[in-house]
Design a protein around this ligand. Structure first.
Ligand SMILES: *Cc1c(COP(=O)(O)O)cnc(C)c1O
Length: 357
């Protein structure tokens, strides 16, 4: 095995896709693979899901072009659209469907002459207040879009800002606003990302946009992905590179933030914040070695993590350490680190080797 590896399980990915599809059997599905598929390798994930998904989505043009250059032929949605006029011809060339959310994009679409009109996704701001056309401007924006020769089809979308809470009214208000804005308009409608897909069936419309849950990670604070019959796709692992005797009263690592109250053995694992593991997890954050949980002690270093094995241990140098995966949920580590699981998987660095199962 190799040191510091993210093992990506394609059968878990397909399982999750099918579970998602089961929740919305009549919906089209776009597999969201932005930010290197949340750290899971966008090209690999896209190639596994291409036979299943109806669309692939990324945030940026550069991500979409990279997928095309590596042989992904499925229609790709650009969730933030295009950023400058000279990118318009690329939309036609590569079969990208941009999200349209501002006047600059509208004007750029007007200026360029394409040989074949494209499909666009009109983004409506129903409450996220980040990107999108304000509800009161949707009608005129939509009418302007319909006059463009370059636009063949106008689909409609919006994004939920608080769907990970089931007790907040915002989602209901967003659904109501979305319904008002799409009334009488043809084209596909889409509102739900992971949280909406799992807990808000009313948000499913024609097309659902799963990201996080494809990877077997829950968007909810108080639930694990396994509660929804999803399987973690990534196992983050490395190797023990030393097992050392440690005396009572001795501390370990930078800042001496932990000192042992007893004689013990400490393992050193080859992974650190230089790989993307969060530096500020508390002492006691678990790892798994040979199916058993052990606590991290001392501060996370750039390249190493120290683990307390206890005095009597069967763990040896060279054994595998799991930092998260099927038996140790990334949601649990995220909670320990006081971070979002979205961020935890996305921030893995280039030093982590990807392996595929
Ligand atoms: C990232 C993104 C998604 C996927 O979100 P998840 O919560 O990861 O499922 C869906 N739609 C849009 C517009 C996004 O930007």
């Amino acid at each position: 095995m190799s040191i510091a590896t993210a093992l990506i399980d394609s059968s878990a990915l397909i399982h999750n896709y099918q579970q998602i599809k089961k929740r919305a059997p009549n919906c089209l599905v776009v597999a969201v693979v932005k930010a290197n598929a949340y750290g899971h390798d966008a090209l690999y994930v896209a190639s596994i899901l291409e036979p299943y998904a109806d669309y692939i989505a990324v945030a940026r043009l550069s991500e979409a072009i990279a997928l095309r250059h590596h042989g992904i032929s499925k229609t790709i949605i650009l969730l933030e659209g295009f950023f400058s006029g000279d990118e318009v011809p690329l939309l036609e060339k590569y079969q990208f469907q941009p999200v349209i959310h501002n006047l600059e994009q509208l004007n750029a679409l007007q200026r360029y002459r394409l040989t074949k009109a494209i499909t666009v996704w009109l983004k409506i701001d129903t409450g996220m207040h980040r990107l999108g056309v304000r509800p009161e401007q949707v009608e005129s924006f939509y009418q302007q879009l319909t006059t463009l020769d370059n636009v063949a089809t106008i689909n409609l979308m919006s994004h939920l800002c608080h769907a990970d809470s089931l007790t907040i009214f915002t989602t209901d208000q967003q659904i109501m606003l979305f319904n008002q804005c799409i009334k009488g308009k043809t084209g596909l409608k889409s509102l739900a990302a992971s949280s909406g897909i799992l807990e808000w069936p009313k948000t499913h419309y024609d097309l659902i946009r799963p990201g996080l849950i494809l990877y077997g990670i829950s968007p909810f604070n108080n639930k694990l992905a396994t509660d929804f019959n999803l399987i973690p796709v990534m196992t983050l692992k490395s190797e023990i590179i030393a097992v050392r005797d440690h005396a009572a009263g001795e501390c370990v690592g930078y800042g001496e933030i932990w000192c042992s109250s007893r004689k013990t053995k400490l393992a050193v694992a080859a992974l650190g914040y230089g790989d993307g593991y969060p530096r500020d997890v508390p002492v006691g954050t678990p790892v798994m070695i040979n199916g058993v949980r052990y606590p991290i002690v001392g501060r996370i270093s750039m390249d190493m993590i120290v683990i307390d094995l206890g005095e009597k241990t069967a763990v040896n140098c060279g054994d595998e350490v799991i930092f998260w995966g099927k038996e140790l949920a990334v949601e649990e580590i995220a909670k320990q680190a006081n971070m979002s699981p979205y961020e935890l998987v996305t921030r893995l660095t280039g030093r982590i080797k990807r392996e595929y199962l």
